[in-house]
Each structure stands twice: as C-alpha cells, then as structure tokens.
Design a protein around this ligand. Structure first.
Ligand code: LR7
Ligand code: MN
Length: 593
C-alpha cells in the first residue's frame, strides 16, 4: 500500500502544480486576443440557486427547456449580454467564423478563456452529501471533430480544475481527423507544454465519427471507469464523485449527470431542470418530465433517477462492463442513434441507467450541427435502422410506419450484434417498454392508455417589460415594418410616428424579444451578420432575437454583437442596419413604456 500511496501523492502533486501554474494562460483565438475591459468578464453571485421550470411537454431535443432560453438568475453566472460586443473587423471575423464552423459564439468563447467559474447548480442538499474515499479511478474520453480550440480547452481545463487528481486516471482526447489547423499543431504543443502527463492525444487517420471514435478512445483507456464527454462541456463542482459512487456499488450501473445548459449565443451557464431521457417512434431522443413515483422517497431531490434512455454524450460506465456489453455498434457512422442503442442494450441485457441529480455538467446546446458526414449520408437513418433491426423486435414496425421509405434501405451487416444480443440473453423490447418506459404511446390495436402522473410545474411565459413605440431619436421617427407587420422576413424601417397605429407598437419582454404588433419578432441572421434586421416568427431561444437597451440609448443585438442604426438619417427610405456600437446619434433609440 505504501507504494500506491507514494504513487498517488506523486500524481496528486504533479496535477495540482500543473493546474496552479497555468491558471492564467493567454486566451487562444485565431490570433492573440487583446484583453477586454473588466466589465466583459464574468461576474458571479453565490446566492440561492433557483431551479428553473421545465416546459410542460419536455419534448424538444437538445435544450431541456424546449424553446425557452433562460435569463441569468441569482446563483447563475451574471455574464454581461454584451460580452460578444464587436469592436473591430477581427472580432467580426472570429464571430462569423465561429457561427459558421461551430454554430456557437466563438468570440465569447475565446474571451472567456480556458478557466472560468460556473454557478454551482446543484440542489443545496447535494452539498451535505459525502462519498466513499475508495472510489474507482476514471478515464475521461473526449472525442472531437473540428472543435473550437477554446471550447475544447475549457472542457479539459474544467475537468482538471474540478476533479480530485487522485480520481483522474487520465484524459484521452480523440481527434477525429479534424481539418482545422490549430487543432493539429497548437493542440499538440499546448498539451505537451501545459497539461499533465496523463493527458493523451489519439489521432484518427480518417474520420470515424463519434461512435467508433469513442470506441477507439476507450481502447486506449486503462482506468476502472470510462467517462465520456462532448468536446464543448464544462464540468461543475463535485461532478465526478456522485457518478463513481453508484458504479462502485454495482458495476452494471451506467450513470449520467444532469446536463446543464450553456447558451450557444451568450455562453451563459444555467441550471437545467431534472428531466430524464425518452424517445419517440421516429427514434429521436427527447426529454421527459420525471414521473412523481420516481421522485418520492427519503432522499428526495438528490436521489438517482431511473432513465429509459440517455442523451448520449455524457455518461460514466465501468470499463470492463462497457466491453462486456459490446461497446458500441461499430457499423454505425458519424452521428446519431448510438445513444438509444446503448440505452436499450443496458436495460434489456441486465444493467440499469440512472441520472444523478447531484452531478452536473454544462454542455453547449447549438441550434444546428455545423458539420456534415462523408458523402452527405444521413447517418442518423442508417444508425437507427441498425438499432431497430437488432433491438426492437416487432416494434420496429412503429418506426417504419413513420419512415416507410427506409423499409427497403440497406443497413449493412448486423449478424454480430444479433449474436451479441443472443449471447447475453437479453430481454425483449416488449419487456423494456412494459417495465422501463411504460408511458411510451403505441398507436394501433395494442395501444396503451395509462399515463403516469407528472408534476405540473406550469409553463414559463416571458413577462412583458414594456409596450410602446420605438423612437429613433435623431430623426424623431418610429421603427415599423416596411411591408405588412405579419409578413415573415419583412424588413423594418423608420417612418413618421402615428399614435393611432397598432402596427407601430412593440412589446419588449423578459426574454429580451422585440415583438411588433404582438405578431413577429425582430431578428437578425446568424450566419450573415451584415444582413439588415427583419421580422421573423418568435423562436423563444434568445440569440438572434435577443436585444438589450444599453448606454447612449443603444439598441444592442446579442448574437451579432452590434447596434442597430439608421443607414442614412436624411433619406426618406429609412433603412436600418447593424453596425459596430459607437454611441453616435444614428444609433440612438428609445422604447416608450
Ligand atoms: O464525426 C464526428 N466526430 C466527432 O468526434 C462528429 C462529432 N464528433 C464529436 C463532436 O466534436 C462532439 O464532441 O462528437 C461529439 C458529439 O457531437 P455533437 O456535439 O455534434 O453532438 P450533439 O451534442 O448534437 O448530440 C448528442 O447526440 C449525439 C448522437 O450521436 C451524441 O450522442 C452526442 O454526444 C450527444 N450530445 C449530448 O448528449 C449532450 C447533450 C445534448 C442533448 C440532448
Ligand atoms: Mn454536443
């Protein structure tokens, strides 16, 4: 034992020193970033944590809130919505390139750097919990393809900052043949110079996709437990111990943290409601509210929750058990479906899948996937077909009823996976539905009516803050629709104010939306930030429809990081555009209240 202890201490000091001395490494962007005025850096409050309300139907994939972006609240990080302000052309390039390549605001990500505090979003009772000291060691596997350097490094750094060194056996980064240069050269250098020696970089010779990518990562791992993370995460306080504890008790338990939300437009970290995984017959993952029966018990809000499925990216599992259970289906490509496949396999073959409310990890939720697949193949359909044929028995008909065109589609050879299912003596899909996901609706003759009781926490409706005309101070005109205010995609212009015209009335609400005549939202294009603002259907997820009123009467657009101005105040056309905020007269607005 003394040898082990010496080893442990060695590892521990090695780590803590490393993490200490590189706390303030320069922020890495496309080129060196100038430090920003202090106000652009995050401020924190450590007040009581509000647990936000989920939507009544937690049915949207991605953000567990469905369509409602959350404002920073007490206990959440109070990051300025103007963190993404553009000061020059370089900022503009970083921002635009970021949205194109990564579908999130890379300008803000770069400004945040690799270390940042995140709000402790756990239930207060989690802080009183203690965990065994002899937990199994973890290998963290992070597979990435063309990830933004700062987001990847923040993922790794957050793990180093918030994991006790003795539990962190290693971090394995799998580069899935990324094309971005900084990921090839700079990353290797950064790892060599700045990261502890047990950070390994594995390179795929060709693009494998995240499924085979993770299998490759796992094959290099030597720790007792595998922990998978996406490459744009930030782990929270005491995230790992609550995940390792149930695995130590039962090696066939697979666990997921609660996935907190990092906004793609503001990078604000906010708390997720505790929801669990489900799916629909299109074989898409979805979030469900937790049935009341699951929440009752002495441990209340901190007790693990059985989950029919996992989202896919963030989970921990005994390494030997991962291998025994058949890793992943290596016939699956790039993205999609593997999360349902491993979920069904865990439950049907004698394991269980839990969500651990006291473990929290933030993930950047983006609105689109920024990369394609080789040959433009629909890998989600290919992968789903494979899982349906191997695991779903007669219930695969439910999928084909929705996707009849896939019935005859080739899905490759599945013999090995069918064998695996037989060899492990796995239960039927019917058993899974009856016992693990009874609330799944089945259409047709054997439909079930029984629905469990859910806690009704109501739906969040953004409060109206102001209602009135939006004046342009210099011209004394009002912002209106160029055409009809109900026309989607229509431009806005300034015109003579008319006090009797409802079509000139704007609503400004707590989600920072500007809604004209209670119909459409003022919106900007995310990818073409030089396009003029326009009216679009309100999507409720912030970003391109998020506006703030700031100093010098400016009207600031959160996702483009610029201010709205009248192009030519003397012209009767009244065109408006987005421009670098400069406090000048053409950029001054006033919203009536
Ligand atoms: O070809 C690829 N090679 C890769 O290495 C494509 C992707 N990747 C990497 C990528 O860089 C990232 O780190 O794989 C990881 C996941 O890809 P994302 O972030 O584009 O996926 P996602 O977050 O949109 O998708 C969710 O569903 C996927 C289904 O295949 C995976 O299981 C993701 O891990 C999963 N993410 C989460 O569960 C986080 C919570 C989101 C939700 C709900
Ligand atoms: Mn992801």
């Amino acid at each position: 034992t003394s040898v082990t202890w010496t080893l442990l201490l060695f590892v521990y000091f090695n780590f803590s020193e490393e993490t200490q001395s590189f706390k303030n490494v320069p922020v890495k962007g496309l080129e060196p970033q100038k430090p920003l005025p202090k106000k652009f850096y995050p401020r924190f409050t450590r007040g009581p944590v509000r647990v936000p309300e989920p939507q009544r139907k937690g049915s949207s994939i991605g953000n567990p809130f469905g369509n409602h972006a959350q404002d920073p609240v007490k206990g959440d990080m109070e990051l300025s919505p103007e963190m993404g302000m553009i000061f020059n052309e370089h900022d503009q390039q970083v921002r635009d390139l970021g949205y194109q390549k990564h579908a999130f605001n890379m300008l803000i990500s770069n400004r945040l750097g690799y270390h940042r505090e995140v709000p402790d979003t756990r239930d207060a009772k989690c802080r009183e919990k203690s965990y065994p000291s002899d937990l199994p060691f973890a290998s963290i596997v992070i597979c990435f393809y063309n990830e933004a350097f700062s987001a990847l490094l923040r993922t790794v750094r957050s793990v180093l900052d918030r994991t006790p060194a003795y539990l962190l056996h290693e971090i394995i980064l799998v580069d899935d043949n990324s094309e971005l240069v900084e990921l090839k050269k700079d990353l290797e250098e950064y790892i060599k110079k700045n990261l502890p020696r047990n950070t390994k970089l594995v390179r795929n010779e060709k693009r494998e996709g995240l499924i085979r990518g993770r299998m490759i990562g796992a094959s290099h791992a030597t720790g007792k437990v595998l922990v998978f993370l996406d490459s744009h995460c930030e782990v929270n306080e005491m995230w790992l111990q609550p995940l390792l504890t149930p695995i130590r008790e039962d090696r066939k338990t697979v666990v997921c943290p609660v996935i907190d939300i990092i906004s793609a437009d503001t990078l604000i970290y906010s708390s997720s409601p505790v929801v669990r995984g489900g799916f629909n017959w299109g074989l898409h993952f979805k979030w469900d509210l937790v049935p009341l029966s699951e929440l009752e018990g002495p441990e209340g809000a901190t007790a693990p929750i059985k989950s029919p499925t996992m989202a896919g990216g963030l989970f921990a599992m005994d390494r030997e058990y991962f291998n025994e259970l058949g890793q992943y289906d290596s016939g699956m490509d790039i993205w999609g479906g593997e999360n349902l496949e491993i979920s069904f396999r865990i439950w049907m073959c004698g394991g269980r899948l839990l969500i651990i409310p006291c473990s929290r990890v933030g993930h950047i939720f983006r609105k689109r996937r920024p990369y394609g697949s080789p040959g433009g193949k629909d890998t989600m359909a290919h992968n789903s077909l494979r899982l349906a044929h191997v695991w779903m028995d007669e219930y695969k008909e439910q999928y084909f009823a929705l996707r009849p065109e896939l019935r005859a589609r080739n899905y490759g050879n599945i013999t090995d996976r069918v064998e695996l299912r037989k060899k492990m003596n796995c239960k039927s899909f019917k058993w899974y539905l009856d016992n693990i996901y009874p609330e799944m609706q089945i259409s047709g003759p054997n439909a079930k009516a029984q629905q469990p009781v859910f806690i009704n926490r109501g739906q969040k409706r953004p409060k109206i803050l102001r209602r009135g005309r939006l004046y342009h101070l210099q011209t004394n005109k009002c912002l209106v629709a160029q055409g009809h205010p109900s026309q989607k995609g229509g431009l806005v212009v300034v015109r003579e104010c008319d006090y009797n015209d409802q079509n000139q009335v704007w609503i400004y609400n707590e989600d920072h939306e500007l809604i004209l005549n209670n119909l459409l939202c003022l919106d900007v294009s995310e990818t073409r930030s030089s396009d003029p603002p326009r009216l679009m259907k309100c999507h409720g997820s912030g970003g391109s429809q998020q506006w703030t009123f700031g100093k010098n009467n400016r009207l600031y657009q959160v996702s483009v990081g610029q201010c709205m101005k009248v192009v030519d105040p003397l012209s009767h056309k009244g065109y408006v555009t987005m421009a670098i905020c400069d406090g000048s007269l053409p950029q001054q607005w006033h919203l009536e209240s």
